[in-house]
Design a binder for this molecule. Structure first.
Ligand code: 5GP
Length: 213
């Protein structure tokens, strides 16, 4: 059985990183697709864990070799999802989380209509702004760009299957876990297991039982 492709998008500062880390720790059989980016590495980030940090030239090379499931320019940098990484997780039967922007989400939805998409919405613009300011990972100019882009990004919520409002981290984490668990329970996702069970329901067993009593 192949795993689910789970798209998670939110404006920068929406808190998706924290929620995703919590979900990866608590839900079994779930992987994270590490993207490629041309953005500069932030303090505390690790190459290969948070992103594969590459130059623009390297990124162009990867585009030419058709290594990306999707890629987009976001807040002035390039970001791309590696086909190989996603395939590896899905083929192993794991769900895989793609933490990508709204453009990437649209591309994946077009290519893979079975993907599950979740939009993380901050409770207000003010909360988003304060989170970004307190996080202090971006320079002033970049921070304003991210805030400006958030105005259009939040409006894309309507193309997503689910919306998780990230007001309270614990509640939002539980909501995200619920969505992922419920998706695994969908009838079509359980065909193999169901067929195995149904195979055991055999009329000949009833007859045998009757003869024994
Ligand atoms: P950040 O620079 O804050 O890590 O990420 C900026 C934006 O790029 C976020 O919205 C994030 O979800 C998005 N992003 C990260 N990886 C990818 C990717 O592989 N593809 C696309 N389209 N967006 C990505």
């Amino acid at each position: 059985m192949k795993g689910n492709l789970i798209i998670i998008s939110s404006p920068s500062g929406g808190g998706k990183g924290t929620l995703i880390r919590a979900v990866l720790k608590t839900i079994p059989n779930i992987g994270y697709s590490v993207s490629y980016t041309t953005r500069q590495m932030r303090e505390g980030e690790e190459n290969g864990r948070d992103y594969f940090f590459v130059s623009r030239a390297e990124f162009s090379g990867l585009i030419e070799k058709e290594e990306f499931l999707e890629f987009a320019e976001v807040h002035g940098n390039l970001y791309g999802t590696s086909i190989v990484q996603v395939q590896k997780e899905i083929e192993n039967g794991n769900d895989v989380i793609l933490e990508i922007d709204v453009q990437g989400a649209e591309s994946i939805r077009r290519k893979m209509p079975d993907a599950v998409s979740i939009f993380i919405l901050p409770p207000s613009f003010e909360v988003l702004r304060n989170r970004l300011i307190n996080r202090a990972t971006e320079k002033r100019k970049d921070l304003s760009l991210r805030l400006r882009n958030s105005i259009n990004e939040v409006r894309q919520y309507e193309y997503f299957d689910y919306v998780v409002i990230n007001d309270d981290v614990e509640k939002a984490t539980a909501d995200l876990q619920t969505v992922i668990s419920a998706e695994r329970l969908k009838r079509d996702r359980q065909t193999e297991a169901i067929q195995g069970i149904l195979g055991s329901f055999d009329i000949s067993k009833i007859i045998t039982l009757g003869e024994q009593t």
